[in-house]
Design a protein around this ligand. Structure first.
Ligand SMILES: [Zn+2]
Length: 162
């Protein structure tokens, strides 16, 4: 964890960070040009949650997944893994768009965790989703709000292309 803290810094002071050049570039685009991503990052910046975006594995078929990487009452860490490259075989622009959509979706999950101060590890995260009636069964935890955040980001990108 300390290694990641020392090396990961995208926007000085922001709680949403990535040391990955591809993910970092798409996050930066979102911070500059996406109302959806700006709104989510604002909520996270005002909280005790630090979010790291990184390449990594997720249970299939998920292309991205959020997990609580530890913490306590003062600071909590969320790691969001992205299975890159996303959408293999698609043109680069579309691949970046899908990554941005996935970032918006997963940041909404981080915002949900911001709202649950008791969530400090995977067990308490699972309990919070279950208690909130958001557990959809099996290993798949998802929320309408996260799906909506991704859809809104996709709509933004579509508007920009026309
Ligand atoms: Zn989700």
């Amino acid at each position: 964890m300390l290694t990641i803290i020392a090396t990961a810094s995208l926007v000085a002071g922001s709680h949403v960070r990535s040391a990955d050049s591809v993910i970092g570039a798409v996050l930066r685009d979102g911070l500059l040009g996406s109302a959806v991503i700006q709104r989510l990052v604002d909520v996270i910046d005002d909280s005790n949650v630090i979010v790291y975006l990184a390449r990594g594995n997720c249970p299939r078929p998920a292309i991205a997944c959020a997990m609580v990487a530890g913490g306590g009452p003062d600071v909590r860490y969320i790691r969001i893994n992205f299975r890159l490259p996303l959408g293999l075989g698609k043109p680069g622009v579309q691949r970046k768009a899908e990554l941005s959509v996935a970032i918006a979706h997963e940041l909404q999950h981080a915002v949900e965790i911001v709202g649950w101060p008791d969530v400090v590890d995977s067990a308490t995260m699972y309990a919070a989703y279950t208690r909130s009636g958001l557990d959809r069964g099996g290993d798949h935890l998802d929320t309408d709000a996260a799906i909506r955040a991704g859809d809104e980001r996709r709509a933004e990108l579509r508007r920009r292309r026309h």
